[in-house]
Design a protein around this ligand. Sequence first.
Ligand code: MEV
Length: 430
Amino acid sequence: MKSSRIPGFYKLAIEERIDKLAETFDLGREEIDALRGLGSLGLEQADKMIENAVGIYSLPIGVGLNFLINGKDYLVPMAIEEPSVVASCSFMAKLVRGAGGFTAGSTKRVMIGQVQVVGCEDFRAAKNALYSHRDELIELANVLVPNMVKRGGGALDLDVRVLNDNPGAKYSRMLVLHLYIDTQDAMGANTINTMVEGIAPRVEALTGGKVYLRILSNYTDTCLAWAKCVVPPHVLTTDGWTGEQVIEGMLHAHAFAASDTYRAVTHNKGVMNGVDAVVIATGNDWRAIEAGAHAYAARDGHYGPMTDWSKDENGNLVGFIELPMPVGIVGGSIGMHPMAQIALKFVRAKSARELAEVILAVGLAQNMAALRALATTGIQKGHMALHARTVAVTAGARGELVERIAQAMVEAQEIKIEKARELLATLDPA
Ligand code: MEV
């Protein structure tokens, strides 16, 4: 694939879009069928994935276009039911592309497993005992996951904290061991849980306490990714607003989210529209990503916006986002879900870190789209155009008639099924 710019992609019929991707990505018959909804996740797989399975829940999958990140083109798979998300972030990616694209990066991927110990006679001594057996505990954990170690991953380090150490503490004193684990390109939940469960008896023996919880933490502030864009004002000009005015409005929008939790949550919901769509499409655990992202947004004790928008000395709009992003490209249900496999083929991320960086760029683009619209015409205009397409299809319009009928309804400011039927009867009397 030479470019993620595919002009007029949205105007193609869905079969034509599938053909285009099939050709670009050299998709096989089964993959094409999966995109058509014929051979995707089947009942048999569903039955192996969860208990009491009775069917399959589907979502549309679209591709976000125009993403240029660190000089590489990405076609981004997005699974989402909400209209306008794919279109608006593709549009923002196009604007950012014109300004050189996104830059993105990530920290080394380190996951955290927690072991909770209560009832130690001497918490200080227990803590010291764990530290003085650091190498032994790491070795013990690694013996449990030989395949992960063979792939270059495994436990790297540990640390220990004593919680509720002050006399007036509401809850009882406890010791918490963090095992830091490199899970390579997997999210690694099972690996982490196996390791912390496996070392628990030795932790009990060393501390003289009782171990209760042994589980990964979804707050992976040791596995961060970030994305940034710098956009000159002229790129942002829209519907009677100069670029400078748009930037001013977007900075007020950012200040609002930074000052008010009611707004910050909605602001972040918009970010997660983009993030979750890619996380879901690629077969990752979006509840884990959601939980970690919101906690990170409150890391300084105050829940704030996940993005930061500012103006540089040249008057350019500067957007930045950083979140924990412990996604995987292997493991979990990724291998079981045919659509996740296809989605990963589209995005062409060679590592989990690369996928995380793409996801952050999408989250930033999504937020940029929302703020740009909210600070100018409002979001209903764009939503209505897309809603009109859905109404046209529901009324029975197909092919190029969908666009014509939708447009006519928007112009008439009457987006109703009766109007769509009336237009359809006029334009396509057959
Ligand atoms: C809608 O799904 C998302 C927005 O509400 C986000 C925002 O307000 O920033 C448009």
